[in-house]
Structures are given as structure tokens and as C-alpha cells.
Design a protein. Structure first.
Length: 284
């Protein structure tokens, strides 16, 4: 139960942070760790959006520390590296979060803040998954386990690239969708266009991979147990691409961007369930 709670808290934290960025409220609390020089800041929507983000982060931190402490006692061997890594990355995440505010939201550092948060989210998901299933913690990058692990990393990388697109101010470098500047292969006239096009190409790669995985579950009896999950992943991949279009066509609506991230996180969790199942049966 603690594992699920921790994963849910970090899911909420990441999505809430996306909302804060979309509302341009990242500097509503220009100091850190206080907000507006106070423990309890004055009421204003943007201030309380950022302040609530910090409150969620504090609760998520406590939950993760409790989860990691329990796993450190129960895990054996190399598996103990998971809770230790989660706590170490969390510590870095907290420091980076303070630096992001004090340095006034530099794009590279803000993206790194998102990346470390996603890493903690995935490590918490690992601890939660093996907890609830009763499986012995393990790791595999062979066969289907290797494919699904690579897919998790690809989706995480795509999410990180999307965060950089947002924080670098390149979200509308291609103001139309699915074309970019009216063409399918636009000239890379700026860094913004280049990273926006890269983000879209990564999305296509992920969608094609999900489609191929679904086909594989129909053709290979060994993958048959994953057919429903593979179909769900493919449908979510389609929804994710559509949401990407909504984000652009809506002029970066913060609600659309938050939903876009939420679907990416759900994709990672669902792929992670398949990976954990394959780890249990040897990664075949």
C-alpha cells in the first residue's frame, strides 16, 4: 500500500509541476525554502499553485523515505541499490528544485529537475510493483524484458525532451499540427524547430514500436499474456499523439500539457508492469 501511495504522490507531483509551469507560476514563490518570505504565503492563485507543489513534494519525500527504509531492510544483494538510488536522486532533486527557483528557471536546470523527478517516480514504481506482487526483486534486460525496458527509457526520454521543449520556449516553434510550418519536413531554421521536430519524430518512433509490440503479442504465443496490455499501450500511444496536437493547436493550454504528461507517466507504469512480469519469468 505504501508503494502505491508513494507512486501516486510522485505522479501528482510531476503533473502538478507541469501545471505550475503552464501557468507560468514557477517564480510565484521567488525564494526557497520559504515562499514570499513566509512559511504560509498570502493567498493568490499562482502563489498557491507553486506553494502546493512544494507541499506535495514534502509529503512525497516523507512517503519515499519510509518506503525506501522498508525496502532496504527486506531487499537482498544488488536489489538494495534501488532504495538507495531513490533516496540519493531524491536528495539531488530537492537541491535542484531550490536552484531552479533561485536561478530563475534556467531551461537546462529545470529540465534536469524534471528528469530526476521522473527517475524517482520510476524507482518508486519498481519498489511498489514488486511489493504488491510478492515477487522477488530482480532485474533483466534480456529478450522481451530488454525490449520493454528500452521502451520505458524511450518514453522517459521523450517526456524529458518535451520538458525541454516547454522550458526552452519552443512549444510553438511549430505552430501547426501534424505539419510543422506548413510542411512535413521543415527546414531546421532554429534550435526551437529542431527540438520540436525531434520530439515529434520520437513520438512516431514510440507509436510504431507499440504497434509492433501489439502485433508480436498476436503472433507469438509466449507474448500472448500481454495482448490486452499491448493493446492498451497502443491506444494510449494514439491518445498521446493526439494530445500533443491539442497542446500545439490550443496554444500550449496548461490543462492539455498536464494531460499530455499524465498519459506519458501512465505509459511508463503500464510498460513497467510488463517488464516486471518478464523479469519474474526470466526475461525470455
Amino acid at each position: 500500500m505504501l508503494g502505491r501511495i508513494t507512486v501516486s504522490l510522485f505522479f501528482l507531483l510531476l503533473v502538478w509541476g507541469n501545471l505550475v509551469a503552464g501557468m507560468k507560476a514557477g517564480l510565484a514563490c521567488p525564494d526557497w525554502p520559504l515562499c514570499q518570505g513566509r512559511v504560509l504565503p498570502p493567498f493568490r492563485l499562482d502563489i498557491w499553485m507553486e506553494f502546493t507543489h512544494r507541499v506535495i513534494a514534502a509529503v512525497a519525500t516523507v512517503s519515499l523515505l519510509l518506503l525506501a527504509a522498508g525496502r532496504l531492510k527486506s531487499y537482498r544483494g544488488l536489489a538494495r541499490a534501488v532504495p538507495l538510488a531513490a533516496v540519493a536522486i531524491l536528495a539531488a532533486e530537492i537541491v535542484i528544485g531550490g536552484m531552479v527557483v533561485l536561478l530563475e528557471l534556467p531551461a537546462n536546470l529545470t529540465t534536469l529537475h524534471f528528469v530526476t523527478g521522473t527517475a524517482v517516480f520510476l524507482l518508486a514504481a519498481y519498489m511498489a510493483r514488486f511489493e504488491e506482487s510478492g515477487r522477488t526483486p530482480g532485474f533483466s534486460a534480456r529478450g522481451t524484458a530488454g525490449l520493454t525496458l528500452a521502451l520505458i527509457l524511450l518514453v522517459a526520454s521523450q517526456a524529458a525532451l518535451g520538458a525541454y521543449v516547454r522550458h526552452a520556449g519552443a512549444g510553438l516553434a511549430c505552430p501547426d499540427f501534424p505539419t510543422c510550418g506548413g510542411g512535413w519536413l521543415p527546414p531546421l531554421v532554429s534550435t526551437g524547430v529542431a527540438i520540436q521536430v525531434s520530439h515529434r519524430l520520437f513520438a512516431c518512433l514510440i507509436l510504431v514500436t507499440l504497434a509492433l509490440f501489439w502485433v508480436a503479442t498476436r503472433l507469438d504465443a509466449r507474448l500472448a499474456p500481454h495482448r490486452r496490455a499491448a493493446l492498451a499501450l497502443l491506444l494510449l500511444g494514439g491518445v498521446q499523439v493526439a494530445l500533443g496536437g491539442v497542446v500545439v493547436l490550443s496554444g500550449l493550454s496548461y490543462v492539455a500539457t498536464a494531460c499530455h504528461l499524465a498519459v506519458a507517466l501512465v505509459l511508463m507504469l503500464l510498460i513497467g508492469r510488463i517488464w516486471a512480469a518478464e523479469v519474474t519469468r526470466g526475461g525470455s
